[in-house]
Design a protein around this ligand. Sequence first.
Ligand SMILES: O=C(O)C1=C[C@@H](OP(=O)(O)O)[C@@H](O)[C@H](O)C1
Ligand SMILES: C=C(OP(=O)(O)O)C(=O)O
Length: 443
Amino acid sequence: MASLTAHPSEALSGTLQVPGDKSISHRALMLGTLAVGRTSISGLLEGEDVLNTAAAMRALGAEITRDVDGLWQVWGRGVGGLREPDDVLDFGNSGTGARLAMGLVAGQAINAVFTGDASLRRRPMARIMRPLEQMGVRFVAREGGRLPLTVSGPQALMPVTYRLPVASAQVKSAILLAGIAAPGKTTVVEPEPTRDHSERILRHFGAAVEVGDGEDGRHVILTGEAELTAAPVNIPADPSSAAFPLVAALLLPGSEITLPAVGMNPLRTGLFRTLREMGAELEEENARREAGEPVADLRVRAGRLQAVTVPAERAPSMIDEYPILAVAAACAEGTTRLEGLAELRVKESDRLAAMARGLQACGVEVEEGRDSLAIHGCGGRPPGGATIEADLDHRIAMSFLVMGLCAERAVSVDDAGPINTSFPGFTEAMGGLGAGLRGDGTT
Ligand SMILES: O=C(O)C1=C[C@@H](OP(=O)(O)O)[C@@H](O)[C@H](O)C1
Ligand SMILES: C=C(OP(=O)(O)O)C(=O)O
């Protein structure tokens, strides 16, 4: 376990190209695998989560290469053309990789065994198993629907209409990926809209996806037995990764940074909206579209932040950003209230408990509820001076390193390794903006 320490920092400045969007990277590799022809992907996130998905797609028969200039090529097998992997598929730390790939395998008449690291093996999979079982897929899983598990795709998959019991783009996407191989229409009804990268990229590859609003929520309808055609994908910078330098720049007086080509999908930008409500100055420049996704350059200037209440219905659009928002709230003036956080308890770690514990260790007063968090802001630098257990959670690790930059005393995380799952080069990237993160060797 390599620990890392963030020391109180001066202003940040410069331009940082944040790595590619993790959600879109997984999907581009998977759609490329199901498509006929060669898919070229630029800007693919080369983090461990996505590299594990690439390895799984190779095991299922796709040919995947990386050119010297970082362009990835996927030669797909066509829907129904995947082969049975001859070993266990290991998705490491990645809920998205494992859950979406279950949907993809469901549409093939093959067996595949899925596993992951200690974090992924404690996360719930029944949410994916239930709808796919209705489509005819069989699972053998550990108690409580945990990995490792075996997926058996049926000879003839049935389409479903499924109402999501929790707001989850991963569940929606697994059903849609399975539905590609089913006859007729597969419908997912989501009470609250979640990130729609799957809908966008499916259309980009030629599938028919209709979206409409019903009384019970948003209906996403995919026409099955789709023929997917390879299409080039240019992946934007990940707004969830951009959040870390962005919040650091907001909190360190005198900072001004630019983050080019950040994904601005409105179902991902809840954090930006919240920070603006807190008084942040965020400018979007050169708004454009890449592979069906909105993108802009973000310019961020430091400023004082005021507490806000973030309503539960905003959670799906900023679900991975609560840990870093909690750090911003700890430095803001007043009490910030975050609601509708139940899903945070089943991420890479129990993020609600991890944030409450870590903030308290840094001298910030908090109240943790069943699905809420109140943070009493310090109106400036919090005390800091703690060592935080990352518990295999990249976002907890990066959030508390940003805390260390903005606190009175240094903050360490016991294991910075998981940062490589989503933001390889994080230490160097922050260093390039002027923030000092120092490795403490091996603990
Ligand atoms: O579909 C996706 O790419 C993701 C969906 C979200 O998970 P849930 O579907 O569990 O909310 C998010 O937390 C995860 O990081 C990526
Ligand atoms: C929850 C996350 O990812 P995943 O579900 O793919 O592990 C995340 O990146 O914050």
